[in-house]
Design a protein around this ligand. Structure first.
Ligand code: SF4
Length: 204
């Protein structure tokens, strides 16, 4: 495994906000709050390496993932494998909150599917996101559109990582209010502060 592999969970950070991705993965900033603590506890609960067979389905938990092609590494919460010809591979990712309109969580799931396809030489056409807050499973089609969005995020996240520069806050204030890093990011302060752009312009 190469050190320059991206964590699959980092793709969700980038998709949500490139600045959040940079704060966590370039500046190594993290702030524990209610949301992150609940997410951690949820994953601790479902974290298990014990596989089980129930009727025609096998359940593998905490499956380690990597992709040489996309330079990814990570872990899948649950992999369901249903008997058949061919076997039906179905990744499941547990999430603390509730289903979202945007693809942030679906991109993370799709990246898991890409890894699985490369590691086991199989096709993964669908998976699911399970949301703890609403106790609901959302079925996700791993279709061409989602694959293209995911690959675009992988490329963009790697470019930003190589650049090593934290971008300005996003314009979507509603998203900032729900962001776990809002206190360390200080988006309103940085939106008002135009000095960085001014200095960049001077040295162009
Ligand atoms: S507070 Fe807003 S700009 Fe800052 S990291 Fe979070 S989403 Fe991005």
């Amino acid at each position: 495994m190469n050190d320059d592999h991206l964590a699959i969970s980092a793709l969700q950070h980038y998709a949500y906000c490139p600045r959040q991705f940079a704060l966590i993965h370039i500046e190594q900033v993290w702030e524990e709050n209610r949301f992150t603590a609940e997410g951690r506890v949820l994953h601790e609960r479902v974290d298990s390496t014990v596989a089980e067979q129930r009727r025609e389905k096998r359940y593998e938990r905490s499956v380690l993932l990597h992709s040489q092609q996309y330079g990814l590494t990570g872990k899948m919460d649950l992999l369901e494998i249903e008997e058949g010809e061919p076997l039906h591979y179905f990744p499941v990712e547990y999430k603390r909150g509730k289903p979202k309109v945007h693809d942030w969580d679906r991109i993370q799931l799709c990246a898991q599917a890409l890894c699985l396809e490369e590691m086991r030489s199989v096709a993964v056409n669908e998976g699911a996101l399970w949301y703890w807050e609403v106790r609901k499973r959302e079925l996700v089609s791993i279709n061409t559109e989602l694959r293209e969005s995911t690959i675009a995020v992988i490329k963009a996240a790697r470019t930003l990582l190589n650049l090593g520069k934290t971008p300005a806050p996003i314009k979507d204030k509603k998203r900032c209010r729900a962001c776990s890093l809002v206190n360390v990011c200080e988006p309103d302060t940085f939106r008002r502060d135009h000095s960085a752009a001014y200095i960049d312009e001077l040295f162009k």
